[in-house]
Design a protein around this ligand. Structure first.
Ligand code: SAH
Length: 210
C-alpha cells in the first residue's frame, strides 16, 4: 500500500500551521520538506501528520507539528545561526532547524534515542547536525556560545548553564514548570535576560542528573 505522505504533509502545513498564524516562510518551507513519518516508529507512520504529539519510545514524545513550527518561528532565525537543541528525541526538530540555519548541536540524555536519531538524520543526508549523548541541562560548553537555544523537555526552572551559553542578543525558547508549564522566550542582553511568556504547554520533564 502506498501512502501519499507528501500530500499529507502539505495539508498539515496548511491546516495546522499556516491556519494558526505561523508566517515565517523559512519555517513553513522546512515543515513542508522534512519527512516527519520517517522520525516515528513504523506502526505510527500513518499518524505522523496528525495534529498531535506522538510516542517515540522510552516514554518520550515527538511534539505536535504546530508546536515545532511555533517554537522555531519564535527564535526569529535568519539562517546564519548556530543552535543548541536540548532533547534530540526522534531528531525531527533538529532536522527542521537544520533546514533553516547553519549548524545544530543537539544533546540527548538517552543513548538509544540519540543513536536512532543520528541514523535517521544521516540517512536523510543532514551534515550540519552534531550530536552529543549526555545531560543537556549543562548545555554543550565546548561548542558554546549559541545564537539560539531550543529546549524540548521541561525543567522546573531555566538552567543557568544554558543561559550562560547564549550569545549577547541570543534567544532561548524553553518550556518551564512541572504540573503547569509555560513556554518562555528569553533574550540575552549582556548580563540581563528579557523574559516573555508565550503559551501554556505540556512537555515531558527535562531529567536532571545533577
Ligand atoms: N525534540 C524532540 C522531542 C523531544 S522529547 C523531537 O523532535 O523528536 C524530549 C527529549 O528530551 C526526550 O528524548 C528525552 O529523552 C530528552 N531529555 C530529557 N531530559 C534530558 C536531559 N537532561 N538532557 C538531554 N535530553 C533530555
Amino acid at each position: 500500500m502506498k501512502h501519499d505522505f507528501a500530500r499529507k504533509r502539505e495539508r498539515m502545513v496548511e491546516t495546522q500551521i499556516e491556519a494558526r498564524g505561523v508566517k515565517d516562510d523559512k519555517v513553513l518551507e522546512a515543515m513542508r520538506k522534512v519527512p516527519r513519518h520517517l522520525f516515528v516508529p513504523e506502526n505510527m507512520k500513518l499518524y505522523a501528520y496528525r495534529d498531535e504529539p506522538l510516542v517515540i519510545g522510552e516514554g518520550q514524545t515527538i511534539s505536535q507539528p504546530y508546536i515545532v513550527a511555533y517554537m522555531t518561528e519564535a527564535l526569529q532565525l535568519k539562517g546564519h545561526e548556530r543552535i543548541l537543541e536540548v532533547g534530540t528525541g526522534s531528531g525531527y526538530q533538529a532536522a527542521v532547524l537544520a533546514e533553516i540555519i547553519q549548524e545544530v548541536f543537539s544533546v540527548e540524555l538517552l543513548e538509544s534515542l540519540s543513536l536512532k536519531a543520528q541514523d535517521t538524520l544521516k540517512r536523510l543526508g543532514y551534515k550540519n547536525i552534531h550530536f552529543r549523548i549526555g545531560d543537556g541541562t549543562l548545555g554543550w560548553k565546548e561548542r558554546a556560545p549559541y545564537d539560539a537555544i531550543m529546549v524540548t523537555a521541561a525543567p522546573a526552572k531555566v538552567p543557568k548553564a544554558l543561559q550562560e551559553q547564549l550569545t549577547i542578543g541570543g534567544k532561548m525558547i524553553i518550556p518551564v514548570g512541572a504540573a503547569f508549564q509555560e513556554l518562555v522566550l528569553l533574550t540575552r542582553e549582556k548580563r540581563k535576560y528579557k523574559k516573555k511568556i508565550l503559551l501554556p504547554v505540556r512537555f515531558v520533564p527535562l531529567i536532571s542528573t545533577h
